[in-house]
Write a protein that binds this ligand. Structure first.
Ligand SMILES: Cc1cc2nc3c(=O)[nH]c(=O)nc-3n(C[C@H](O)[C@H](O)[C@H](O)COP(=O)(O)O)c2cc1C
Length: 185
């Protein structure tokens, strides 16, 4: 059993990372980690998109651009941790997920236009902390985005979240809030 930990925490003293590490203490199995903050990631700009598109149309995925997608497809379980930024996820996590969403590697499209998963994972957990309140689900472009990819592209049946809000509120009991979230999650 192998778990892929997508660590998209951006600060050295990240509370989200502390929460993710506490969650991992309860995980019994091999863990492979991707350090998104320090990874050499970039969006699919015109040059990279040309490489990506020609590889996808010829179904030849030897370019290193597809390494993250190949690794993701092989994981039995996935943990993604990131801070809540501007009602969404940090741009580097978006860059990473853009590459993971490689047609022919983590998902495909059948003749009827339906998505077919090429991933092994049966469970994905999303760990996130926010400075304020996330509020309405319609404004949550962090978990909402990850959940859509997980369910629609990768057909992951168990998608859970552990989210702690209001950590930047004056007088917030950060440690207590983190512990409580883990106890509930
Ligand atoms: C660039 C940036 C954008 C942020 N955007 C939001 C936001 O939209 N909503 C919110 O509640 N907090 C926001 N915050 C606060 C963080 O979500 C909060 O401090 C979080 O706990 C940081 O996690 P960390 O300790 O793991 O870095 C933002 C912080 C930064 C640096």
């Amino acid at each position: 059993m192998s778990l892929l930990f997508v660590n998209a925490c951006m600060r050295p003293n990240s509370r989200t990372l502390r929460l993710a590490r506490m969650w991992l203490e309860g995980y019994d199995g091999a863990v492979e980690e991707v350090d998104v903050a320090h990874a050499n990631l970039a969006p699919l700009d015109p040059d990279r998109l040309a490489t990506y598109s020609s590889a996808v149309s010829s179904a030849t995925y030897d370019d290193p651009l597809f390494d993250y997608a190949k690794q993701f497809a092989q994981a039995d379980e996935v943990l993604i941790a990131c801070p809540f930024w501007n009602f969404s996820v940090p741009a580097k996590l978006h860059d990473y997920l853009e590459l993971v969403c490689s047609q022919g590697v983590t998902f495909d499209v059948d003749a009827a236009g339906s998505y077919v998963s090429l991933c092994r994972a049966q469970r994905l957990t999303f760990v996130c902390t926010a400075g304020g309140l996330i509020g309405d689900e319609a404004n949550d472009h962090a978990f909402g985005y990850v959940r859509t990819l997980a369910q629609v592209f990768w057909h992951i049946p168990h998608v859970d979240k552990i989210v702690v809000e209001a950590l930047d509120a004056p007088g917030a009991h950060v440690e207590r809030l983190l512990q409580e979230a883990l106890a509930i999650g």
